[in-house]
Design a protein around this ligand. Structure first.
Ligand code: SAM
Length: 208
């Protein structure tokens, strides 16, 4: 049996939220399409060793596993056991032998420095408690010349969210949603503060 994680309340709530959603998460193609775009930008090729952070049901990991082939390997990590269960089931059904899914917190990694050719994080970066510390940690795990690909939603991505933010603000409640990563400049600043040098931010319209 997989070792359970000891998580602080905030992270346990996230894990429970996603475990609760895990059976229906793949009903929509929305996250899948975003994950595939991210991998396409990441110049994935045969034989690479790749880390998929907050892999969920494995959208990035499974696509990348098909691209790296038998010579490569993907590690997908997540704090939600339910999401990982779905990811493992899908990988098994596709007979992918080059993926391993681990129950692990993306902010406490145990990989050696300079381990991965590529590190991805799709639709999950905003959940990290300390964005800059997380980026620094992931940067350490990347091989020199490697690429980290992160997808983040714009400030204005969700109409409901924008309205809720404004109402919450009126009552003095902090409700950040995608705010810390929601513009080109914010992403650039975060990445620079974390020590990244060659930064390439692509803005794409996804939905309305
Ligand atoms: C919106 S889902 C994205 C899943 C997947 N990357 C995708 O593209 O569909 C967010 C995921 O982040 C995971 N997550 C949130 N915080 C995490 C953390 N600190 N460490 C690992 N996974 C985390 C959640 O459990 C959830 O599976």
């Amino acid at each position: 049996m997989e070792k359970q994680l000891e998580l602080e309340i905030y992270k346990q709530e996230i894990a429970d939220l996603y475990t609760g959603r895990s059976q229906t998460y793949d009903n929509s193609n929305w996250h899948l399409q975003i994950a595939h775009r991210l991998v396409e930008h990441g110049q994935v090729s045969s034989g690479q060793y790749i880390l998929d952070i907050a892999t969920g049901t494995g959208h990035v990991a499974i696509f990348a596993a098909q691209l790296v082939g038998a010579e490569g390997k993907i590690i997908g990590i997540d704090i939600s056991s339910g999401m990982l269960e779905q990811a493992r089931y899908k990988a098994e059904k596709l007979n992918l032998k080059n993926i391993e899914f681990q129950l692990s917190d993306a902010e406490i990694l145990n990989f050696a420095d300079n381990s991965f050719d590529r590190i991805f994080c799709s639709s999950a970066f905003i959940w990290m408690s300390n964005l800059i510390a997380a980026l620094r940690l992931w940067h350490n795990c990347l091989k020199p010349g490697g690429i980290i690909g992160i997808h983040a939603f714009a400030d204005t991505a969700f109409v409901g969210g924008v309205i809720t933010q404004k109402v919450a603000q009126k009552y003095g409640i902090s409700f950040l949603m995608s705010k810390p990563t929601g513009t080109f400049e914010k992403c650039q600043n975060l990445l620079q503060q974390a020590g990244f040098e060659a930064i390439d931010i692509k803005v794409e319209q996804e939905g309305s």
